[in-house]
Design a protein around this ligand. Structure first.
Ligand code: AMP
Ligand code: ZN
Ligand code: FE
Ligand code: FE
Length: 281
């Protein structure tokens, strides 16, 4: 079973990289993609948990903004983790998340919510890329909402008055940087409309021109109709079709390997990287 999109405590997942690899093994995952938001901080711990039955496709989920301000997530897999341009893109994004979080907290405070930046830091593990899920956890700890999900539904969704974006590369820039680091670029859940405005079918062509390798089709936030439109787009543009859980531990309902990637698609994707970078024992 091939699951190419998961999160750990290096971003907003609740399992450590070590625990994630063990759980994936128990869930029958044979190829595991680890894609923390804007970070590769979990890679080395994940490698230390390797067993003969499982291999790792290390990566990151890059937060992007289109020139029209639409939020897009780009999965980079199998890139060189030491690539300076790639690491600069990721650290720029992490840096801008701090002032952004300060602004979101200030907006909530102005409306009388008893929440501080310190509460958010307390909800985030040491190396974590700070994001809305940590703010959500802080709101839960303060008993302002009952769960992460309720926090997003009521206060933190993309159309909320408390939502603030952070500086981010365009999807085309993110693809170019991932490719220059030798990796492959797969656009994550492009039709996940629950999160806000989505890309139009026409935009995919531009991303292919920038070097896009694949589309994440099988994902719980895309219904059957959306998935079949994406399959047609992928076939027409000669893109790899992936499926993944987007597992976040207890932070979301998604369970490991609930969606997966066909072995032939994975083989095609791996062949598009500039070197064999799958990590195994
Ligand atoms: P950010 O990158 O800080 O804007 O936060 C985006 C993160 O919030 C993504 O990882 C999503 O998985 C997560 N997220 C979005 N909606 C929800 C929800 N309803 N429940 C839990 N997590 C969510
Ligand atoms: Zn996340
Ligand atoms: Fe995402
Ligand atoms: Fe994700």
């Amino acid at each position: 079973m091939i699951d190419l999109h998961t999160h750990t405590t290096a971003s907003d997942g609740t399992d450590t990289p070590f625990a994630l690899v063990k759980k994936a093994l128990a869930a029958g995952v044979t190829t595991l993609g680890i894609t923390d938001h804007d970070s590769t901080a979990g890679w080395s711990e994940a490698v230390s948990a390797l067993q003969p039955q499982i291999q790792l496709a290390l990566g990151a989920e890059v937060s992007c903004l289109t020139p029209d301000g639409i939020s897009v997530h780009m999965l980079g897999l199998l890139f060189d983790g030491d690539n300076v341009k790639m690491q600069e893109m990721l650290s720029d994004s992490r840096d801008t998340r701090l002032p952004r979080m300060r602004k979101m907290v200030a907006l909530l405070q102005a409306d009388g919510f008893d929440i501080s930046l310190d509460d958010v830091y307390k909800a985030a593990p040491g190396q974590a890329t700070i994001g809305r899920p940590h703010l959500a956890d802080a709101l839960v700890a303060k008993q302002i909402v009952a769960s992460r999900d309720e926090a997003f539904t009521d206060l933190l969704h993309n159309e909320s008055k408390y939502y603030v974006t952070h500086a981010a590369p365009t999807p085309a820039d993110a693809i170019a940087t991932i490719k220059s680091a030798g990796g492959v670029a797969v656009i994550a859940h492009p039709f996940a409309s629950r999160r806000g405005q989505i890309l139009t079918a026409e935009t995919f062509q531009e991303l292919v021109a920038a070097g896009l390798d694949g589309i994440e089709v099988h994902h719980r936030d895309q219904n059957e109709t959306e998935q079949s439109v994406l399959i047609s787009i992928a076939r027409e543009l000669n893109l790899v079709i992936t499926g993944a859980s987007d597992y976040h531990g207890t932070g979301k309902l998604n369970s490991l390997a609930e969606n997966s990637t066909h072995p032939a698609e994975w083989e095609a994707l791996e062949a598009r990287a500039n070197a064999r970078r799958v990590v195994k024992l």
